[in-house]
Design a protein around this ligand. Structure first.
Ligand SMILES: O=C1O[C@H](COP(=O)(O)O)[C@@H](O)[C@H](O)[C@H]1O
Length: 223
């Protein structure tokens, strides 16, 4: 685990690391794809990354997961992304949509999947984690948990869980695990404890963050 002296140092260091990985990918191929988490943690990291001197025209940006709420909602991860990463130098990056208007996630699943599948594999993926050990929107106890963890899962699935106030859409385990560079971004004592608990938990269904640990993700943490 990479431990940082402060949250500011964590966010700056992770932004520099991700920018370097994207630059390496862009040296070798025409485009690069980055997936980032939503929630309360990653804002400063995303803002720091937005100023990195990269050829952002060639970068595709997507979320790891989205709450099924319109962008006008404070809970919209898309809204977070637009207000942080898709600014400054990164304003010209291509955003792969993770939300479309509909009554249920199932109504828009096919259309979203088509765009997302075209942008895969992920060159760089940063995952968050909840204190309940969920990652992306793969929650313990979720309705499609088993399907999302399966090796042959489709790239995107809807998800409903007791711990999630609204339906979700999430990248699934095979897509996340296959990322060429995989990071976990967490802060605070409760997240460090949750990670320790996940490491001691035998199954990924009980502790979905284990899918990233098993894939060799680098953990970035500050108190
Ligand atoms: O709901 C979500 O939660 C996790 C963790 O969020 P945080 O607020 O505890 O940082 C996040 O990684 C995920 O993308 C988000 O949709």
């Amino acid at each position: 685990m990479n431990r940082y002296d402060s949250r500011e140092a964590l966010m700056a260091a992770l932004a520099a690391t991700v920018a370097g990985e994207l630059a390496t990918a862009l040296d070798a191929q025409p485009t690069a794809t980055l997936a980032v988490p939503g929630g309360t943690t990653p804002g400063p990291f995303l803002s720091a990354l937005s100023t990195a001197p990269l050829d952002w025209f060639r970068v595709r940006v997507m979320l790891t997961d989205e709450r099924f709420v319109p962008e006008t909602s404070e809970r919209s991860n898309t809204r977070l992304l637009r207000g942080t990463l898709l600014q400054n130098a990164a304003a010209v990056a291509t955003m792969v949509p993770f939300y479309r208007q509909g009554d249920r996630p199932e109504d828009v699943l096919e259309a979203l999947t088509a765009d997302i599948a075209m942008a895969l594999p992920l060159d760089v993926c940063v995952l968050g984690m909840g204190a309940d050990m969920h990652t992306a929107s793969i929650f313990p106890g979720a309705d499609l948990l088993e399907q999302a963890l399966a090796a042959d899962a489709p790239p995107l699935l809807p998800m409903r869980a007791p711990g999630a106030p609204e339906p979700r859409l999430t990248l699934t385990a095979p897509v996340l695990s296959a990322a060429r560079n995989l990071h976990i971004l967490i802060q605070g004592a409760d997240k460090a404890e949750a990670l320790t608990q996940a490491q001691a938990t035998p199954t990924t269904a009980e502790a979905p963050i284990r899918l990233a640990l098993q894939a060799g993700a680098t953990i970035h943490w500050a108190a």
